[in-house]
Design a protein around this ligand. Structure first.
Ligand SMILES: NC(=O)c1ccc[n+]([C@@H]2O[C@H](COP(=O)([O-])OP(=O)(O)OC[C@H]3O[C@@H](n4cnc5c(N)ncnc54)[C@H](O)[C@@H]3O)[C@@H](O)[C@H]2O)c1
Length: 266
């Protein structure tokens, strides 16, 4: 059998929310680097797109998964392992953003008009979902083989949103979003010590502002807040993600890696 080469050769990566802007980039880059990739996402066009692009690749599998469903999470690693995949890297990437929440056409609410329902939906996906995946990883995987968990935060986890840059934009930064992203790093540092003796590491990656068709005006406003002076490409986040998913990150645990062009350093 030919020797598989690449930064992730021998790794099996399990990813939630795999069909989004960043998730689909991670899937592509990880496959290129020799990983086996077990993608998951809600059923729908993102799921179908991944299936269409990578479905013929023997190193790729995809499963429908709602990270807010305890019932589904309890079963997922058993199902995946039953099909012959043995994840050693788990990536808590799924998230609902304010934009996604309001995507049904509602106008973006001011803080005073934020509904409990929208707040709780965001908590359920971004934070409770990450907890459910981590808890299941503890039950089914940790201790059986060396593993790593990567939680995804944001440049708006430990820094407040710059509200003025959203003036007149069709989207704003949603309060619950930043709260969940701060919380997920709490899960990282808690678990890092808890899992240390079971050969499992846990880190947070905090992506900066990723370009996804934003207007020139928005790019200018946000670019002025970033040392690099610009938004980033999904591949620039994937570069750091590949390191965290690789064996080369073995001595890194409990950390938040900011990939934000210097946004958080000013
Ligand atoms: N794009 C950015 O600028 C940026 C910046 C900082 C952090 N992030 C974070 O990076 C991660 C990926 O972001 P993205 O830009 O690719 O977002 P995206 O909206 O393109 O993708 C998010 C994915 O999560 C999935 N998802 C939503 N609810 C789910 C649920 N209940 N169960 C399972 N999957 C669900 C969606 O279907 C989608 O595929 C998120 O955690 C996001 O918060 C993104």
């Amino acid at each position: 059998m030919a020797q598989v080469e690449g930064q992730l050769a021998g790794r099996t990566v399990f990813i939630t929310g795999s069909g989004g802007v960043l998730g689909s980039t991670y899937v592509r880059r990880m496959l290129e680097q020799g990983a086996k990739v077990v993608a998951t996402d809600l059923p729908g066009h993102r799921f179908d797109g991944l299936q269409e692009t990578h479905g013929d690749n023997p190193d790729f599998a995809i499963y429908p998964l709602d990270v807010g469903s305890e019932e589904q999470i309890v079963e997922i690693f058993k199902t995946v392992e039953g099909d012959g995949w043995q994840p050693d890297v788990v990536l808590n990437n799924a998230a609902i953003t304010g934009e996604m929440l309001m995507g049904a056409g509602g106008s973006f609410p001011d803080f005073a008009d934020t509904t409990l329902d929208d707040w709780e939906k965001t908590m359920r996906t971004n934070l409770t979902g990450a907890f459910l995946v981590a808890r299941q990883m503890d039950r089914d995987i940790v201790g059986k083989r060396p593993t790593t968990l990567i939680n995804v935060a944001s440049m708006y986890a430990l820094n407040g949103a710059h509200h003025p840059i959203y003036d007149g934009m069709p989207f704003k930064n949603f309060s619950a979003y930043g709260v969940t992203k701060a919380g997920i790093h709490g899960l990282t540092v808690w678990l890092a010590g808890y899992w240390a003796k079971r050969q499992a590491t846990v880190n947070t990656i905090a992506p900066g502002a990723v370009f996804n068709g934003h207007s020139d005006e928005f790019q200018k406003r946000v670019g002025e807040l970033i040392m690099a002076g610009r938004m980033c490409e999904p591949d620039e986040i994937a570069d750091a993600m590949l390191f965290l998913a690789s064996k080369q990150s073995g001595y890194v645990t409990g950390q938040m890696i900011n990939v934000d062009g210097g946004f958080s350093a000013w």
